[in-house]
Design a protein around this ligand. Sequence first.
Ligand SMILES: [Zn+2]
Ligand SMILES: [Zn+2]
Length: 422
Amino acid sequence: MQARVEVLGSGREVGRAAIAVWDSRGRAVLLDYGVNFDEEDKPLFPGHIRPKDLDAVVLTHSHLDHVGAAPSLYISVKPPLVATPLTLDVSRLLLMDMIKLNGPFLPYDEQVVDMMLSAAHTASYGEEVEAGGFRLQLVYNGHIPGSAAVLVEVDGTRVLYTSDMNMAETKLMSPASFDGIRADVVIIESTYSVYTHPERRATEERFYKAVREVVEAGGTVLVPAFSVSRSQEIMALLAERDFEYPVWVDGMARQVAELYAAHPGYLRDPALLRKALREQRLVRGWADRRRAPRKPGVIISSAGTLKGGPSLYYLRRIADNPRNAVFLVSFQPPNTPGRQLVEEGVYGESGTPLQARLEWFDFSSHTDGRGVIEALRRLRGVQRVILVHGEYDGQVRLAERINEEFGVETLIPENGESIPLE
Ligand SMILES: [Zn+2]
Ligand SMILES: [Zn+2]
């Protein structure tokens, strides 16, 4: 048997991350085990792997497309689970919430999630972890608080899996550096292979200016945002600028913000989030929820795509007044109400036209094609690049750029494909 990388998910698709690294004895470590959702919101699982073959499972960060399938590995055996403490805390919150929403479609329940967490071995950046014949190390990767890349040493080959990563500074995070890290093989995300993000500072500036315009004219700004990381990013941005109008935070974003504040070591500037939690108002129930849109201010609420969650309630409350605004701060996937709003300017089942101002801002926490190239420049000894977590057309163009600059073999595996390690 030969050591190899097996792509079980995120091959030529964004999300559903699942990468197995096998050694020559037929043992494996699994890097992420996430889900995607189909059009009816049912979870789609990655390819199967036998839990008894695993020496460890590493969870790189607390997004469902990286952790959503992981508990299914803990029904009979308990392979050691490696992650940062913050990733474990936020993942628990998200998995319990997913069971509430999708319980009937999941092969595990709350008890299994806790069984998985009881197998956890928390690790910090740079700490060496031995797992069977593998040596593992978490590496800071700038994506969201607690997130990590993973360096795996298998039969003398060093494999770096970047997972979702960011090379730009955000309010919550410092950029990834990867400076001088030695890796023979790099498995790297390619969510934005060819698209280039606008300069982050300029986006922050434009967002803040637009928020002020609306609020100073007596309006309410609804910011639908994912509860993990994006909501706290907007909270920190407003806190940094001493925004003097009410800011309300609703949905699971509240609990996540509190977990982030409890693990300040993972934040670029923990004082910003502490200030936000002190000054901004956490919606505690329906009385607050009804009150929030009554006076000029900002409401940050899940879901980020307006698919359920309190953001849908707020949208209905503020939509028919042109003084108000809806500012979207994340990518809106096809078949979501947010996408419909952007493309057709309407919402709800009967397609009611939105009267409020609508804008979209690129606050992505993923690097773009430039960042991928930059990351590869900083690494040492790279002989092969494997692109995952991206759309095929863009990946092909990114692979050409990588070949041009570095002259290394660049692969774009499908799900189910195995790549032998020499
Ligand atoms: Zn992802
Ligand atoms: Zn992610």
